[in-house]
Ligand binder design. Structure first.
Ligand SMILES: NC(=O)N[C@H]1NC(=O)NC1=O
Length: 173
């Protein structure tokens, strides 16, 4: 998909296509649409990230809270968004044994209790061994540092989702 195609989209089409670049936050795509025309595909991405960076703390925490747990109940129930389902399956989180699933559930719960938002990590850049390791490591971080790490992960997820949507016209992350 090239930038002319993106710039030609009406509001509905744009939000249909880009509404889940940031998990369960179609409002962000709705706001980015107002910034058209985009000079190129990197410019489109910049607008997504600039919107996120300009949010107050409550807005950035809100974005994190829109993310489903990794290997959490929604994966079991099959109620994830298609993007999240693909990412979590690709990282092997569908195939955990009972003990691995329990350990991740405990770590996710401890993380949520400590920071007040769920643990967020770009699953496509990780795997089933690295996820609990990274979760345990980040549990020991300070809150401000952790918020910043988590927002960087949101951007990595968004960048990979944009690359999927835009195809070869967008440089691979
Ligand atoms: N909790 C969390 O990180 N969830 C996200 N990560 C990812 O790669 N896809 C998601 O839904």
């Amino acid at each position: 998909m090239d930038i002319e195609k993106v710039n030609s989209m009406d509001f509905r089409e744009f939000v249909d296509v880009f509404g889940n670049v940031i998990e369960r936050c179609p409002l962000i795509a709705a706001a980015v649409w107002s910034q058209r025309p985009f000079s190129n595909l990197e410019d489109l991405e910049k607008h997504f990230f600039a919107f996120i960076d300009a949010l107050p703390l409550s807005g950035r925490e809100g974005i994190l809270r829109c993310h489903p747990d990794l290997a959490g109940p929604e994966l079991q129930r099959g109620t994830l968004t298609p993007e999240s389902q693909r990412e979590q399956s690709g990282a092997g989180l569908m195939n955990l044994g009972a003990a691995e699933r329990l350990r991740l559930a405990e770590l996710n719960a401890r993380y949520q209790a400590r920071f007040g938002f769920p643990f967020v990590l770009a699953a496509r850049l990780s795997d089933r061994e690295a996820v609990p390791r990274e979760l345990a490591r980040r549990l020991r971080c300070l809150r401000a540092q952790e918020l910043s790490t988590a927002m960087d992960e949101v951007k990595k997820i968004g960048r990979l989702r944009l690359a999927d949507l835009l195809g070869s016209d967008f440089p691979k992350p």
